[in-house]
Write a protein that binds this ligand. Structure first.
Ligand code: HPA
Length: 271
């Protein structure tokens, strides 16, 4: 990754009309309906943006969409890149650096995750308050990282307290129940064994998924305030573990998404 590549990606998008978005939004697996809320959308397919990683996975349509939500200029990633698809940490986080260079001031992230905390149920929404990186690498471990920011990025408060407080207040006001917790990221794509779920619980995780942490590390590197929510799609009870059903995970994500959209829209309006 070079600055010149990023600048070419950004120049392409500006030329298409991506004019100084204020807020970046990353949509997770099964969580694409928020794009229906974008007014005056302009789309850029990942495969057309110079130096963008090439989109592959069948669940995602893979595009950046610019427009307005609640009167704010936004840029939305419909579909993200995962390590489990064979991308590396720099690929996975490249779009975050592009959105930052386009001018975003805040980043909202969503994902589908499994509930490790068994007081949480599928169909719940969890506000991420902290995370554990179990992906075995870092998006900041590259030679010229110092050209882009501090090598030793601070991670003492990776999720923005102000946006989290607002999301909690909005959820309360709108009568949406919201859990809070620690998200642990794994590489995947295989789901966890019973022993692994036990381990993740002991480590202090409330939810597990295969994304988000690399993007959050890079956003912290860029000093970009982040709020992230997990849509809980399955219950990871090691003493009563059902075989995974990816169709079911996607179905639950889609069914729960309207609650997430409600929260994100109200937050965007306030920002
Ligand atoms: N594990 C990892 N990733 C996931 C899960 C899970 O149980 N559910 C949804 N994404």
């Amino acid at each position: 990754m070079t600055k010149k590549q990023l600048e070419e990606s950004v120049a392409y998008l500006k030329n298409k009309g991506f004019d100084r978005p204020e807020i970046g939004i990353v949509l997770g697996t099964g969580l694409g309906q928020l794009v229906n809320e974008i007014e005056h959308p302009i789309e850029a397919h990942y495969n057309h943006i110079p130096f963008f990683p090439l989109a592959t996975v069948e669940f995602h349509t893979g595009k950046l969409i610019y427009g307005t939500i609640a009167g704010k200029k936004v840029v939305v990633m419909q579909g993200r890149f995962h390590l489990y698809e064979g991308y590396d940490f720099l690929d996975v986080t490249y779009p975050i650096r592009v959105m930052h260079l386009l001018g975003i001031q805040k980043l909202l992230i969503s994902n589908a995750a499994g509930a490790i905390n068994l007081s949480f149920k599928k169909g719940d929404i969890m506000l991420i308050e902290d995370h554990i990186n179990l992906q075995g690498g870092s998006p900041l471990a590259f030679k010229n990282v110092a050209e882009f920011g501090d090598r030793f990025a601070d991670m003492s408060a990776p999720y923005d307290k102000d946006m989290n407080d607002r999301l909690k207040a909005i959820a309360e006001k709108e009568g949406v129940s919201i859990k809070k917790g620690v998200y642990v990221s794994v590489v995947g794509p295989q789901l966890e064994t019973r022993a692994e779920y036990r381990m993740l619980k002991i480590l202090g995780a409330d939810a597990v998924g295969m994304s988000t942490v690399p993007e959050v590390i890079v956003a912290n590197h860029l000093r970009l305030p982040i709020a992230a929510v997990s849509v809980l799609t399955d219950e990871c009870d090691p003493d009563d573990l059902k075989p995974v059903d990816i169709e079911e995970i996607i179905k639950i994500a889609s069914a729960t998404e309207p609650k997430m959209i409600q929260l994100f829209k109200a937050l965007i309006e306030e920002l």
